[in-house]
Design a protein around this ligand. Structure first.
Ligand SMILES: [Mg+2]
Length: 292
C-alpha cells in the first residue's frame, strides 16, 4: 500500500465524492465552505523526545491552514480531536494548545470543538473549515500545457532541519508558515494550486495527475540556505504553495516579502510524468506507508 494507491481506492468507493484536492468544497447559500482534516501522530509525524508540545500544536493547525491556503480560502474555524498517550501530562497538553491557539489567534481562526480520548501513542486529528467565494477555489486539476509552474518561498528547509535538529532549519520544520495571503492572491490568477507538504516532486506529480498533464522543471530551485536539491525535491514538510498560471498572467517576484519563483513549464505528455532540464525526474517525497 502507498498513499496514492490507497486514496485512489477510496475515491472509487460508492458514496465518495469530489475527493482529490487539499480540501472538500461544499456549496453554501453564498460562496463555498472548504473542509480539510489532518492527522498528526507521535512516532509518524513527530517524536516526543525532540518536539516541543507547543511546536506540535502549532504544526497540527498549520498543516490544515496550509490546505485551506492551497485552495485560495480564508480559514475560519477548527475542530481538534486528541487521543492522549500515557506520557501526555497536563503540562504537555497545555503547551500543545498554547502553540495551536497562538497560530489560531494570529490567523483569526476559532477553536469550536473536538473530542478527547486515549491511545497508546499521541494522536491529533484537526478539521479546519474555511470559506471561498463561489468559483474562486483553486483546484489541482486546472493546469494546462504551456502554463508556467511557480513555487513560493524556499524548499528543503524542513528536510534540512530534520537532519540537523537545530537552528533556523529546525524551526522551519517545527513551525511551518501557512501561505494564506498568497492563496487569496492567487484567486483568479492561478490555473491550479496545492501545498507542498510531501515534497515538490511528489506533489507536482499529484497536481499533474489531476490535471492530466506532465511537467518540466527548468532552472535552479529556490532552496533554503544549506539545503540540497534532493531535500528541495523530496524533503517534504515545507508547506509552500505550488501553482500554475498562464505565461500572460503577471506573477510578482515577491508578495509581501514572500519569494515567488518560476520553476518550470506544464507540458502535454504522460499524465504525472516529470522531467528536469529534459531528463526524466524520479518522483521522491514523503509517503507515510514507505517508512517503518
Ligand atoms: Mg495538502
Amino acid at each position: 500500500v502507498n498513499e496514492l494507491s490507497l486514496i485512489r481506492k477510496i475515491r472509487r468507493l460508492k458514496g465518495a465524492r469530489g475527493i482529490g484536492d487539499d480540501c472538500a468544497v461544499i456549496p453554501m447559500t453564498s460562496g463555498n465552505a472548504l473542509l480539510t482534516t489532518d492527522l498528526l501522530i507521535e512516532g509518524v509525524h513527530f517524536e516526543r523526545e525532540t518536539h516541543k508540545a507547543s511546536d506540535v500544536g502549532w504544526k497540527a493547525l498549520a498543516r490544515g491552514l496550509s490546505d485551506i491556503a492551497a485552495m485560495g480560502g480564508e480559514p475560519r474555524q477548527c475542530l481538534v480531536s486528541l487521543a492522549l498517550a500515557p506520557w501526555n501530562i497536563a503540562r504537555w497538553v497545555d503547551g500543545f494548545y498554547r502553540g495551536l491557539l497562538a497560530l489560531a489567534q494570529r490567523e483569526r481562526v476559532a477553536l469550536v470543538g473536538g473530542d478527547v480520548s486515549r491511545a497508546p501513542q499521541f494522536v491529533c486529528d484537526i478539521v479546519v473549515v474555511g470559506t471561498v467565494p463561489s468559483g474562486a477555489q483553486l483546484l489541482r486539476s486546472g493546469a494546462r500545457p504551456q502554463d508556467a509552474i511557480y513555487v513560493s518561498g524556499e524548499l528543503g528547509g524542513a528536510g534540512l532541519g530534520l537532519a540537523r535538529r537545530a537552528g533556523r532549519a529546525w524551526r522551519r520544520h517545527v513551525r511551518p508558515e501557512p501561505r494564506v495571503a498568497l492563496g487569496k492572491f492567487l484567486r483568479g490568477r492561478a490555473t491550479a494550486a496545492m501545498d507542498v507538504s510531501d515534497g515538490l516532486a511528489l506533489d507536482l506529480h499529484r497536481l499533474c495527475l489531476e490535471s492530466g498533464v506532465s511537467a518540466e522543471l527548468e532552472g535552479p530551485l529556490p532552496l533554503f540556505p544549506g539545503a540540497t536539491r534532493a531535500q528541495g525535491l523530496g524533503g517534504g514538510d515545507d508547506y509552500e504553495l505550488l501553482f500554475t498560471a498562464p505565461l500572460s498572467t503577471p506573477i510578482p517576484a515577491r508578495l509581501r516579502g514572500l519569494r515567488l519563483t518560476r520553476i518550470g513549464r506544464i507540458r502535454q505528455g504522460k499524465p504525472g510524468s516529470l522531467s528536469d532540464e529534459g531528463r526524466p525526474l524520479r518522483i521522491t517525497g514523503w509517503d507515510p506507508f514507505s517508512r517503518p
